[in-house]
Design a protein around this ligand. Structure first.
Ligand code: PEP
Ligand code: MG
Length: 316
């Protein structure tokens, strides 16, 4: 099966009844970019930009960042889009050159976009590097951990101000949906974004109020929990009503049991880990949209992730 999937890696992911999904990659550096292309990736749905900032004594310069984004775009070629997520660290991962006060609850503290808004020069430098790289391909920007509309407006303002200074064309702006408030208000966020990308790892942790790294609880932090599925549906519905698209870049996008549910809930883009790109595409070619919609409707009626997993066939 795996071999068969690899042989067809470069074919589109279209269901038996003609519904096309975009299958893109989660990457953490330039090497993954070229590999994702080989494995049939149709672009990058999540570039975790943390690798540029971690394990070093000084902040990466704008030029350094620009060159890396440009090189990733050149690997992807002119057609495949690249979504760069701005720096997503928090008090649990302090950087040498970015001293952060220690916090009682780092997962509920200054993290993701909150750091960018708190330290605007850090965010501005990254935004400028992304905007400059836009000359070399289809680059999009995405903000992590957006919880309120005001955060989004402030972050968009930074992009617009730097864009005018650099005198470049607008680029698409999206947000991670990984805080429940944002999924609940997706209808209000949708007019303000070009796309949503659901971070199911954090969305599950915050919905269930269970630490995703907790030794006893992590196993229950499952994006197939119907409460999480319901938030995913709200996000996908709001996107559709406003002519936008919604993707998933959290771990469940790479989980064959979750794939039919996500399609049935109205998700259009799956951003998956590089090694499973071909298999997820191959799985999609064996599904029908109607069957996925029926399955999703049933899953939403259940009460926990275990029941949902029992409902969905496993793929071997
Ligand atoms: C997520 O939260 O689902 C996500 C994709 O982001 P990260 O795993 O980097 O927090
Ligand atoms: Mg996250």
């Amino acid at each position: 099966r795996r071999q068969h999937a690899r042989l067809n890696a470069h074919q589109a992911a279209i269901t038996c009844d003609g519904h096309q999904l975009e299958v893109v990659a989660n990457i953490g550096g330039i090497k993954d970019a070229s590999q994702s292309v080989t494995m049939g990736g149709e672009g990058v749905g999540l570039l975790r930009s943390e690798f540029l900032y971690l394990d070093r004594v000084t902040e990466p310069t704008e030029q350094e960042q620009y060159e890396i984004y440009r090189d990733v775009l050149l690997e992807l070629g002119p057609e495949r889009p690249l979504i760069v997520r701005t720096l997503d660290v928090g008090g649990d991962k302090p950087l040498n050159y970015l001293p952060l006060p220690s916090e009682e609850n780092p997962f509920l503290g200054l993290r993701g976009i909150r750091i960018g808004l708190d330290r605007p020069t850090l965010l501005r430098k990254q935004v400028r590097a992304i905007l400059r790289a836009s000359a070399h391909g289809r680059i999009r920007i995405m903000f992590p951990m957006i919880a309120t509309l005001n955060e989004l407006k402030l972050a968009k303002q930074v992009v617009e101000e730097e864009r005018i200074k650099l005198d470049v064309a607008p680029i698409e702006i999206g947000i991670m949906v990984e805080v429940p408030s944002t999924a609940v208000l997706a209808e209000q966020f949708a007019p303000e974004v070009d796309f949503f990308s659901i971070g199911s790892n954090d969305l599950s942790q915050y919905t269930l109020a269970m630490d995703r790294g907790h030794p006893k609880l992590a196993a229950f932090v499952d994006g197939l929990n119907p409460a999480v599925l319901s938030l995913i549906k709200m996000t996908a519905d709001a996107a559709k009503r406003h002519g936008k698209w919604a993707g998933v870049c959290g771990g469940i996008a790479s989980d064959p049991q979750a794939v039919p549910l996500l399609i049935g809930l109205g998700i259009h883009e799956l951003s998956v880990s590089v090694p499973v790109l071909a298999e997820i595409k191959s799985q999609i070619r064996e599904l029908t949209l109607t069957q996925c919609q029926e399955l999703a409707a049933k899953a939403l009626q259940l009460t926990d992730a275990k029941e949902v997993r029992a409902l969905v066939p496993t793929v071997d």
